[in-house]
Design a protein around this ligand. Structure first.
Ligand SMILES: [Zn+2]
Length: 547
């Protein structure tokens, strides 16, 4: 039995938290089974077993599953509202000696009271209105709220004006394998069960914008994230013969200066402005010490988007790479001039700027490849250690293809690495999008009238969420720049692009209130999250259903 009230949601949340469903571990499989098991006990799903499913994720070596449940409205309707969320959590290394209590919030909170905490966390602990633990905020409370609402709807489906679906996925904190795998299922289920998705609501947590901010937030979209990479091919030479070579790390350094935190790559919409590009990895590709200039290096960047397409980003990254290349050459020319003057030798620097895309590399190699290149690529990827990070697999594949690339001159190869999250906003283009905005207005009014709470609408949730995969807001061709330029597309990482381009479900995020997600001080604000969020969510669903 799941009760849709303060106690019921709290109890369910603790049960969900007790399973350590850390991304990419067997805990995720256990979590899916528990969620499924809880719903399976409801009389509604005993009578309608076809409406509760554990769905496989295509090509997932860990064999994780997506939980899907549906409560159909009494008088048959097509319109369906999806409640969604992720059931994985991030790791607990930061919990130190208290790690074993991370999944027992009551005990963990008790033990934290004996620890020295950062000021804001200490104040919250002292208030008694917060509970600490891994996943309490991100996002097992949100899942419990959704499940409780679904359970309540299942008791009396005749009262519903729209069908209520529930979709819980793994791996959101990692590569979003769950939600990417769910896209095709959503399309099939829509047909199979006669549904028409009018909105998807996520219950990711959001905290106050600043310590003195007492607004609550509702989000009508989610920011996009894309990861351009740069593979630098220099020229090796002994350090004693410096000017005969080109150090790949010099190009990488200039690229980082050209791109890190660069203001004209900051994407924004209205007054919502997002973080600038930042380098997530920059390394040479040599494993051993040598007195030779490093010939290869790689760097990849996090870029947040709310307007730019992969094709546009590829073009601007090519320009940044060309800029970096010529800055490196200028740098060497200055040094060579000074060296020539001192030594009396005539040293020239003749490197020509060369930037190609990964797609161009692949195409050229394919033309010259002795045999079947795609078979070779498949075998090569399969031969890489399973434990290797997806990004490192992709980078390794670039190196493999370079063996067959005829031109050995220095160059920079530009492409993308996984994961990719398209941005998704409410553009007010469709009837469904307009209805969602009307429902949002009603929720804000309800929050003010019934609870004296001021809610603010924010267009893009900045925290990167699975809501990105409820449809691509652009032309399908614009995604081609992504798939053509991601090494190991389909073998290492995949998004069902055709389905993604066809899906168009307006999204909302209306979640509980939490702080310090992913940290050892992750905590949930109890009164708002257990008393008010569930009522506002129910109100939002009812408003949408009636639209
Ligand atoms: Zn989350």
């Amino acid at each position: 039995m799941i009760e849709n009230n303060h106690e019921g949601i709290f109890k369910l949340m603790l049960e969900l938290v007790s399973v350590p469903s850390i991304s990419a571990t067997p805990g995720e499989i256990k979590m899916a089974r528990m969620i499924y098991g809880k719903l399976e006990e409801l009389p509604y799903f005993k009578n309608h077993p076809d409406y509760l499913k554990l769905l496989p994720i295509n090509n997932d070596p860990l064999e994780r599953q997506v939980v899907f449940a549906l409560v159909k409205a009494g008088p048959s309707v097509k319109k369906t509202i999806i409640l969604t969320g992720h059931y994985d959590v991030v790791a607990v290394e930061g919990y130190g000696a208290l790690k074993e209590y991370a999944f027992d919030p009551v005990e963990y909170t008790r033990r934290l009271s004996k620890e020295k905490l950062p000021e804001d966390a200490a104040k919250d602990l002292e208030s008694g209105n917060y509970i600490f633990g891994r996943g309490v905020s991100d996002m097992k409370c949100g899942l419990a709220i959704e499940m409780a609402l679904l359970a309540e709807a299942a008791q009396n489906p005749c009262k519903l004006s729209a069908n209520l679906a529930f979709l819980a996925v793994p791996d959101e904190e990692n590569n979003s394998t769950g939600m990417r795998g769910a896209v095709s299922h959503l399309m099939e289920l829509e047909k199979e069960l006669g549904l028409d998705y009018i909105a998807a609501i996520n219950c990711e947590p959001s905290g106050p914008g600043a310590p003195d901010d007492d607004h609550r937030y509702i989000f009508t979209g989610t920011v996009g994230k894309i990861m351009p990479f740069f593979y630098f091919v220099g020229k090796e030479t002994h350090v004693g013969d410096y000017f005969n070579g080109l150090n790949a790390t010099l190009m990488a350094s200039y690229l980082n200066i050209a791109l890190e935190a660069r203001s004209d790559f900051i994407d924004f919409k209205g007054s919502e402005v997002f973080s600038p590009p930042t380098c997530l990895k920059l390394k040479d590709l040599r494993d051993a010490y040598s007195v030779t200039l490093p010939e290869r290096a790689v760097a990849y960047y996090n870029l947040l988007t709310v307007s730019k397409s992969p094709a546009q980003i590829l073009e601007s990254m090519k320009r940044a790479a060309a800029e970096a290349f010529s800055m490196a050459v200028d740098h060497l020319r200055k040094t060579a001039a000074s060296y020539s003057k001192k030594s009396g030798q005539d040293i020239g620097i003749s490197w020509q700027t060369k930037v190609i895309t990964y797609g161009e590399l692949e195409e050229k190699v394919c033309r010259n490849f002795p045999g079947n290149m795609s078979e070779h690529v498949k075998h090569y990827i399969a031969s890489l250690p399973e434990s290797l990070d997806e990004r490192d697999k992709a980078i390794s594949l670039v190196g493999e293809l370079l063996k067959y690339y005829p031109d050995k001159a220095p160059m920079i190869i530009v492409g993308f690495l996984p994961p990719y999250y398209p941005h998704r906003g409410n553009l007010g283009r469709t009837e469904e999008e307009k209805n969602v905005m009307k429902a949002v207005d009603k929720v804000i009014e309800e929050a003010r009238q019934s609870y004296g709470i001021e809610m603010k609408v924010v267009e893009y949730f900045a925290g990167i969420t699975d809501l990105s995969y409820f449809g691509f807001q652009g032309k399908a061709e614009e995604l081609k720049a992504l798939s053509d330029n991601m090494p190991g597309w389909r073998e290492i990482y995949d998004i069902p692009l055709n389905e993604l381009a066809k899906l168009d479900i307006p999204v909302l995020n209306l979640g509980p209130s939490g702080k310090d997600d992913h940290k050892y001080t992750e905590r949930l604000e109890l009164s708002y999250s257990l008393n008010i969020t569930p009522r506002l969510l129910k109100f939002a669903v009812e408003s949408l259903a009636k639209s």
